[in-house]
Design a binder for this molecule. Structure first.
Ligand code: TYM
Length: 374
């Protein structure tokens, strides 16, 4: 059973498509999107965003001038790693291209309830820290509302109850794997992750990794009977951990993730020590037979996130495959890219401290949202 909390080990994306009843993002959809955005994001070109629910319908809504809005989120269970950044960067691109409102849910309730040893004060500390990292991504401050569940609850409780009333325990068990020992707080929580899809009387589009899809299935079951649209979603694969391309970078395996707080030395040591290599056993063999970029984590990270330039990526791919580029050299390219990225991110994060209120309380959208009662 796949739930948002239990994905580990190797991930079979084709199986997701089959079992979740979602659709692959095909060339037809990409061409249709191209008409609106002119140039596709490299994460789409490289099939990192690989599947969707009703994204074509959301495009129809856009074409018919009904429009759509964006929604994504983060569970503040600790510091953020670069895997968490991937859906956010793509969300920012969508917001820019379509000029739409974006809601970002910070689920302090979820992480407090699901993690046995999580203290309430820690979820509050991490919420603040994570929000800074999110703001550093560069969303439009006029059109973005970042809200923390425990704080915004007073504006949404009636609608939350209406959503919760539509979801039976038996559905929740089947979708999320709850058992007799699950606490009753977490059993109720999914209603809150569904709720922001009803913030506007338009279709919602949710960019996130595939692990969050179970919530959207529930949403689509209940939306219309509550007078709202079924949500659309666009799914990414996972940024893999350093240890191998098949898994998911996860907070539970600290040493195989890169954290926003990592310094240059840390990054260098981790990549050199842990990044799974597709290179050969020694230089001689590597020069002769070449490396395998398909299983090489450094190459995959460049492809997914750190090298947007198609020509440069192709060159790296060919040089590695031919044996011209050694594993150590490939790692060096990645180390430099990550460190450059992190130093810029850290600066933006510092600046975010001064504008956090803009996103949570003072943006045009936020002001409107604090006045609303759902
Ligand atoms: P959380 O905090 O586990 O993850 C935040 C976002 O990051 C994605 N993600 C990844 N993406 C790529 N590679 C990885 N290795 C990786 N690990 C995690 C997740 O899919 C997610 O998009 N319950 C949610 C919080 C939430 C939410 C939402 C997320 C509330 N509403 C709406 C997405 C959309 C959670 O705990 O996410």
């Amino acid at each position: 059973m796949i739930t948002p909390w239990n994905i580990s080990g190797s991930v079979d994306y084709a199986k997701f498509i089959k079992e979740f009843g979602i659709k692959r993002i095909d060339n037809l959809l990409k061409e249709r999107l191209m008409k609106h955005v002119r140039e596709l994001h490299y994460m789409l070109i490289r099939n990192y965003f690989f599947s969707h629910r009703d994204f074509n319908v959301a495009l129809s809504d856009y074409e018919n001038k009904r429009g759509f809005f964006l929604y994504t989120g983060r569970g503040p269970s600790g510091p953020m790693h670069i895997g968490h950044l991937v859906p956010l960067v793509f969300t920012k691109w969508l917001q820019e291209k379509f000029g739409v409102n974006l809601y970002i849910e910070i689920t302090d309730d979820e992480k407090f309830l699901i993690k046995q040893d999580m203290k309430w004060d820690d979820t509050q500390k991490y919420s603040y820290e994570n929000i800074l990292d999110i703001i550093a991504v560069g969303f439009n401050p006029k059109k973005t509302f970042i809200f923390k569940d425990s704080e915004y609850i007073k504006n949404v409780y009636p609608l939350l109850l209406k959503v919760a009333k539509k979801i039976t325990f038996s559905t929740a068990k089947a979708v999320f794997g709850f058992t007799d020992s699950s606490n009753i707080g977490i059993i109720h929580y999914p209603a809150y992750q569904v709720l922001p899809t009803f913030f506007e009387k338009k279709r919602c589009v949710i960019p996130a990794a595939i692990d969050q899809d179970p919530y959207w299935r529930i949403q689509r079951d209940v939306a219309e009977s509550l007078g709202y649209y079924k949500t659309a979603a666009i799914h990414s694969k996972f940024l893999p951990p350093l240890s191998g391309i098949e898994g998911k970078m996860s907070s539970s395996f600290a040493e195989t993730a890169i954290w926003f707080s990592d310094d240059e030395k840390n990054v260098r040591n981790k990549i050199n020590k842990y990044a799974f290599s597709g290179g050969k056993a020694n230089i001689e063999e590597h020069r002769k037979f070449g490396g395998n970029p398909d299983i090489d984590v450094s190459y995959q990270w460049l492809s997914i996130f750190f090298e947007p330039d198609d020509n440069k990526l192709k060159q790296i791919h060919n040089d590695y495959k031919s044996g011209k580029l050694l594993s150590g050299e490939l790692k060096q390219i990645l180390i430099e890219k990550i460190n450059k990225f992190l130093s810029v991110h850290k600066e933006k994060r510092e600046k975010a401290k001064n504008i956090i209120n803009e996103f949570m309380y003072n943006s045009e959208l936020a002001k409107e949202m604090w006045k609303k009662q759902f």
